[in-house]
Design a protein around this ligand. Structure first.
Ligand code: ADP
Ligand code: MG
Ligand code: ZN
Length: 472
């Protein structure tokens, strides 16, 4: 029999806020050592009360807007009770009754075509701490306790592992470009709910839930393994499927039963009376909408139409700061495709030489556009433009002044180039000799000497040609 896979996802994303969700301890990227960012509130001391971090609401709403959700203007928190050593209050503050966003939708495209994935809800909650096991002891690290999370719950709309991974990549690039989360490994964790059913059947099969996976590769492998296990169980009656929670073992590539599925009642959810309901009024919502970055799809389409390559678009979309620099530079009158190349090839190259990443690029759109315009306007050649760019990025130079100072905009006519070439040839007899004896590489040294004499002015291809002719 042919079977169809049915998958629903619950994805937890740690938000990029400066502080935790209910106290002023440093957020997700702050801690350096274990228990660096802990206070009486997030370590569950008696009598401490939570205070809502406004930024968390704004990021959750932004995520909801990106995923085409309804934003609920009245949203509340609930306590989910369970005991575990990484949960000092013995309850997690989460949202059950009035989650912040509901009923969204996101379209994904795979080899099998486009599919709409319905988003059931997005809710806000706090993360738990971490247990560190070593030798005879286990240690508890509360740095992660109360770091804000959003949990995005989909309807069971996925039909393959490929669709799941495509969706997760899409969330990741959306959230990164929107400043919601960097989504590094560990900051994005997934529970995968799986069932299979005979193809054509309307009824869902028994589902299992694979808990807490953070690498997309593991998620992909876990789904394939679990789907096969379900199909074998149905086809050959190898075992009876029960609704349960399982864990994926990376080493063996298999899943193992952890516990029977707990129900809502097990957690004794009840409203958290320590936190007031949050009301999102029109003014606040409009403000959040105004600050929301353009949807990734629209942005990518805009770049594609401007002739920017897919590879470049990926780099831009995953880096909000860089795509904003591009947009602002284009707004100053520079060509989109050309500017993308200046940023992603030239600026990135300069930084790489310094051992820095493109995300560390610090240049204003005004300075970048000044360089590009000097080159496009024929005032200087591209080489001189690069030289100026180095000075701007590394030393913070002013492009126009630097250009003047270094004489990079000097017009050189071919007679000036001629005399420089003559001078270089006389001064570098050995290299000339080598070249004549068949060491063609020697021309590089001569060419370099010419460029140095001309201090970057003049068209390099013309200079090279004149030099070759003269040597011949
Ligand atoms: P629970 O309250 O038991 O966690 P939910 O209704 O919240 O159940 O669903 C949890 C996740 O399981 C959702 O992502 C949903 O899409 C998914 N899901 C529900 N039923 C199935 C099924 N039969 N097969 C696969 N996934 C399912
Ligand atoms: Mg659930
Ligand atoms: Zn704290």
């Amino acid at each position: 029999m042919k079977y169809e896979l049915v998958i629903g996802l619950e994805t937890h994303v740690e938000l990029s806020t400066e502080s935790k969700i209910f106290c002023s301890c440093g957020g997700h990227s702050s801690p350096k050592e274990a228990n660096d960012c802990v206070c009486p509130a997030c370590s569950g001391m008696p009598g401490m009360l939570p205070i809502m971090n406004k930024k968390v609401v704004e990021l959750a709403v932004t995520a909801g807007l990106m995923l085409n959700c309804n934003i609920n203007r009245y949203t509340t928190f609930d306590k989910k009770n369970y005991y575990y050593p990484d949960l000092p209050c013995a309850y997690q503050i989460t949202q059950l009754n009035h989650p912040i966003c509901t009923d969204g939708c996101v379209t994904i495209k795979t080899g099998a075509g486009a599919r709409d994935i319905r988003i059931k809800q997005i809710h806000m909650e706090e993360d738990a701490g971490k247990l560190v096991h070593g030798g005879k002891f286990s240690f508890v690290d509360f740095n992660r306790t109360s770091v804000p999370l959003i949990e995005i719950v989909t309807q069971p709309d996925f039909r393959s592992a490929e669709e799941v991974v495509t969706y997760l990549n899409k969330l990741k690039s959306m959230f990164r470009s929107g400043g919601i989360s960097e989504c590094e490994e560990g900051a994005m964790r997934c529970d995968v709910n799986i069932s299979v059913r005979p193809e054509g059947s309307e009824e869902f099969g028994v589902r299992t839930e694979i808990k807490n996976m953070s690498s997309f590769e593991a998620i992909d492998r876990a789904i394939r393994y679990e789907a096969q296990r379900h199909m074998d169980a149905l086809e050959f009656e190898t075992e009876e499927l029960v609704q349960e929670t399982r864990r994926f073992d990376d080493a063996s590539g298999k899943t193992f039963a952890m516990r029977n599925k707990e129900t809502e009642a097990d957690y004794r959810y009840f409203p958290d009376a320590n936190l007031m309901p949050i009301i999102i009024d029109d003014e606040w919502l409009e403000q959040i909408k105004a600050n929301k970055p353009e949807a990734v799809d629209e942005k990518a389409e805009e770049y594609r139409e401007a002739g920017i390559s897919d590879k470049e678009i990926d780099m831009l979309i995953s880096n909000h700061k860089i795509s904003k620099l591009l947009d602002d530079t284009i707004a100053l009158g520079c060509d989109a495709k050309d500017t993308a190349a200046w940023i992603l090839t030239d600026c990135a190259g300069i930084l790489r030489k310094e051992g820095r990443a493109l995300s560390e690029l610090d240049i204003t759109p005004e300075k970048l556009s000044a360089v590009i315009k000097m080159v496009d306007g024929g005032k200087i050649n591209r080489n001189a433009g690069k030289k100026i760019l180095i000075a701007v990025i590394v030393e913070g130079a002013d492009p126009v002044e630097y250009c003047k100072e270094m004489g990079l905009d000097r017009k050189v006519d071919s007679s000036a180039i001629d005399s420089v070439i003559d001078k270089v040839i006389t001064e570098n007899a050995q290299a000339v000799e080598d070249y004549k004896n068949g060491k063609l590489k020697a021309i590089q040294a001569l060419f370099g000497a010419c460029m140095k004499e001309l201090r970057g002015a003049g068209d390099p291809s013309v200079i090279k040609e004149l030099l070759e002719n003269k040597l011949k």
